[in-house]
Ligand binder design. Structure first.
Ligand SMILES: [Zn+2]
Length: 344
């Protein structure tokens, strides 16, 4: 038990929007470690949302070098076939995207992007041509840049599929409950209780969650997206991320984490504060965490972690070999059995 802060009953509330804006403003204003360093990269395609919901359109072949900032969506594809970019609809989506035809998770991404005052959002299934293998391979290779160069990543963590919005009223189980606590015969005081949105995790498990921070490393976020393979590198690469987890919004950047209902004792933490974690150990943690997640298609296994490899320190000194590094190849190939592994 401990003190709790305010948790809004509806993620669409003014309080939630204010939390998002204030967290980002504070990050831009007060975190020198979070300053972005533009390298001229701009995604091949972006969805323009700068003039309201009735003027959405797909921008194709955006020239590089301009001053363009974008949000990128990290989400569960789930079942069903939401509106996606195919060769046959490319030209019509460049004219206009109908907001009402988009699945709720995409609509929410557009709403959040607009509330934050950004003009562009990147959504994988609308920005990569889904029935063009050449385009898919080219754009999948750029996804590391798309997420790591985004102004912010919007993580629809509480949505198990595109048809479940994450901007919605909170489920009853996450709301505070009041009961009377007896302190003396005939005397009660009202107590508010509620479910935790971060779970204490075994240290080893917590450490596997990037960015390997100190005191937060033993806390694990709750939500269907965190079991998904593709989402791993999306959150790993994000310079800033708004997690719409089931119990609360959690803001993370390069140097801080903050939750919507934060009160002390959740301190700010600094990546690498564990001190002695070497790049090789970090990579092994990443691989271990990543391979415990689910991927629908086995063929996605290497593409969905290749982006994370591009920002490892090893890139400067070693050759990346499909999940392994040339300078630590023998160690990377080692297999360790668990204590309970049968020996007979
Ligand atoms: Zn920051």
């Amino acid at each position: 038990m401990g003190p709790v802060g305010f948790r809004a009953a509806d993620v669409r509330s003014e309080e939630c929007i204010r939390f998002m804006k204030e967290s980002i403003d504070e990050c831009c204003r007060e975190h020198p470690g979070c300053a972005t360093h533009p390298n001229g990269f701009i995604p091949t395609r972006l969805i323009y949302v700068g003039e309201g919901k009735n003027a959405l359109r797909l921008c194709d072949n955006i020239p590089s070098g301009g001053d363009i900032t974008w949000a990128a969506l990290s989400h569960c594809w789930g079942g069903g076939k939401p509106l996606s970019l195919t060769k046959s609809v490319l030209s019509s989506l460049k004219e206009r995207i109908d907001f009402s035809e988009l699945p709720p998770t995409f609509q929410d991404a557009i709403t959040v992007t607009q509330k934050l005052g950004l003009a562009y959002v990147w959504i994988d299934s609308l920005c990569i041509v889904q029935d063009d293998k050449t385009d898919w391979e080219k754009e999948a290779a750029l996804m590391g840049e798309v997420y790591s160069r985004a102004f912010i990543v919007i993580s629809g963590a509480s949505s198990p599929n595109p048809s479940t919005p994450y901007l919605r009223p909170r489920e009853e189980e996450w709301l505070p409950k009041q009961f009377n606590f007896p302190i003396a015969p005939g005397a009660n005081i009202p107590i508010m209780v509620r479910q935790r949105h971060l779970l204490a995790a075994p240290l080893d498990q917590g450490l596997l969650e990037p960015p390997f921070t100190g005191s937060w490393a033993t806390l694990k976020k709750v939500g269907p997206l965190y079991a998904r393979g593709w989402c791993f590198q999306e959150s790993f690469l994000a310079p800033r991320i708004l997690n719409f987890a089931p119990g609360a919004i959690i803001y993370e950047c390069q140097t801080h984490r903050k939750s919507e209902d934060q009160l002390p004792p959740y301190p700010s933490t600094v990546p690498g504060s564990l001190g002695e974690v070497t790049p090789l150990e970090q990579w092994h943690m990443i691989v271990k965490s990543y391979t415990s997640r689910q991927l629908t298609f086995t063929s996605d296994k290497l593409p969905a972690i290749a982006g994370a490899a591009t920002i490892m320190p090893q890139v400067k000194t070693s050759k990346y070999l499909a999940g392994l590094w040339s300078e630590s190849l023998l160690l990377d190939l080692l297999v360790r059995t668990s204590k309970n592994f049968p020996t007979k």
